[in-house]
Design a protein. Structure first.
Length: 465
């Protein structure tokens, strides 16, 4: 999670840049913030002599509002599964001609993504009488996916056990009596996600509540009272993980990917600390990382203790999501939209130089788009080959020659090639640990209509007040 742009500034830049594009084709891309390595946009522009204008949205509902308003006619949008359903049901998506996306292979999809496909089919089969099974598969291409979970400090005695060994896997977010005294709990600033978690908690407590049904007022009041009684110490988004790392919050609900970036970064920082302190040799780096990121979560050496200080628990019935690339029905540049989607999920595009009559002198910053944005964002890849390459980073070998190069370079240790090798090793471990290859944990959010989402928001606003 590297950078943010003001939405007002972004909108202004969008208008100014579109007006200055001359005769170049312009692709309008609606995406989440910090959800792509933007050097890929530069590469695509060089490849196709075009201009990519990326606008940002903070929620799926904002995506829907932007597309439905028609003020800006986006070509490619990146909505989550349930919002793909809503856009589809409202006839706002263009059916995809997969013959124009040569890099997509359905057999290359991870088991968890295939499960989300099935969940989407079942949901639409229930909601739409005229729906034909698998029809929605023709309207999107997976981009990134993942789960939600509970981040917690490992420095508060008894907290890990309270979270990971509870009979109710959601209790740490809704029942303070199950937590050590004075535990500070943060809830995510998205009422629809908090609603799902509350429903799951109450389900495990024996209530007849289904997070995929529109609940009656009595059950909504039950959730409202539950949230009100919890008196969260904070509501937030990015601030939650930062506050847990800083020790200001003990427990928080968040995306796995948000946690994973900070977790891997801290693992690399601590490893460099130990190396510079001469507590580990270059050859011991893998063992050190395996220890602080393993079950023990600590490495003791020379009277020094090294630990990351926070970890993550993913309930078995958590939220799973898949963000997807879609082409809007009103897109005015569908050919370029197809090329953009095919480019993003490709593993190499050097061969495109010949196909597109690109000069051999034109250089690209990256040559593996699907890997590049997955590595950058730290959310999971829906594609088997990309996932395997990320996990293989934990096979990095640290040698004396690497150490000699590090010493000779005389650069900032925490921005050296050696540091980034430590980080890569940590990323490989993290992906395998928190994104198990064959995991099918969790289910997607339900596709509620606007009126019911308004009722959810009203209930939570009342509880927070």
């Amino acid at each position: 999670m590297k950078r943010k742009i003001s939405f007002v500034l972004l909108a202004l830049l969008l208008v100014l840049t579109i007006s200055s594009c001359g005769n170049k084709n312009v692709l309008l891309f609606l995406n989440w913030g910090e959800y792509i390595d933007e050097t890929l946009l530069d590469d695509f522009e060089n490849l196709y002599n075009c201009q990519v204008q990326m606008d940002l949205g903070e929620s799926n509902e904002i995506f829907y509002s932007k597309v439905s308003a028609g003020t800006t006619v986006y070509d490619v949008v990146c909505p989550s599964d349930y919002m793909v359903e809503k856009l589809y049901m409202n006839d706002m998506l263009s059916e995809i001609d997969f013959s124009k996306i040569s890099n997509f292979d359905k057999d290359n999809l991870r088991p968890g993504v295939k499960k989300i496909y099935n969940d989407m089919n079942e949901e639409l089969d229930r909601l739409v009488d005229s729906y034909e099974l698998n029809d929605i598969d023709n309207y999107f291409v997976p981009y990134l996916w993942g789960t939600w979970g509970i981040c917690y400090t490992t420095k508060k005695e008894g907290l890990k056990e309270a979270i990971t060994e509870s009979d109710n896997e959601w209790a740490s977010l809704f029942d303070r009596s199950k937590l050590p005294s004075n535990t500070k709990v943060a809830q995510y600033e998205s009422h629809q996600h908090a609603y799902y978690a509350a429903c799951r908690y109450l389900e495990h407590e024996g209530y007849n509540i289904n997070p995929y049904d529109e609940l009656n007022d009595t059950n909504l009041s039950l959730i409202e009272n539950l949230v009100s009684k919890m008196k969260y110490n904070a509501w937030g988004t990015d601030s939650i993980k930062k506050d847990i790392v800083a020790g200001n919050i003990d427990v928080g609900f968040m995306w796995t990917g948000d946690f994973l970036y900070y977790y891997s970064e801290n693992a690399a920082n601590i490893t460099m600390d130990a190396y510079l302190n001469n507590d580990i040799s270059i050859e011991q780096i893998p063992t050190f990382l395996d220890s602080i990121m393993g079950n023990d979560a600590i490495y003791n050496v020379n009277d020094n203790s090294y630990e990351i200080g926070f970890d993550f628990f993913i309930p078995s019935d958590t939220i799973a999501f898949c963000d997807n690339l879609v082409i809007t029905k009103e897109s005015s540049n569908k050919d370029l939209a197809y090329k953009f989607i095919d480019f993003l999920i490709s593993r190499s595009y050097e061969n495109k130089k010949e196909e597109e009559n690109i000069s051999e002198d034109v250089e690209f910053i990256n040559d593996d788009p699907a890997y590049t944005y997955t590595y950058y964002v730290d959310y999971d890849s829906p594609y088997i080959d990309v996932y395997n390459d990320i996990v293989s980073l934990s096979e990095t070998i640290f040698t004396k020659e690497i150490e000699d190069d590090f010493i000779e370079s005389k650069v900032d240790a925490y921005d050296s090639d050696l540091y980034w090798m430590m980080y890569d090793y940590a990323i490989g471990i993290s992906f395998e640990k928190y994104y198990p290859f064959d995991s099918e944990k969790g289910t997607k959010l339900s596709c509620f209509d606007r009126k019911y989402i308004y009722k959810i928001n009203k209930s939570f606003n009342n509880a927070r007040a």
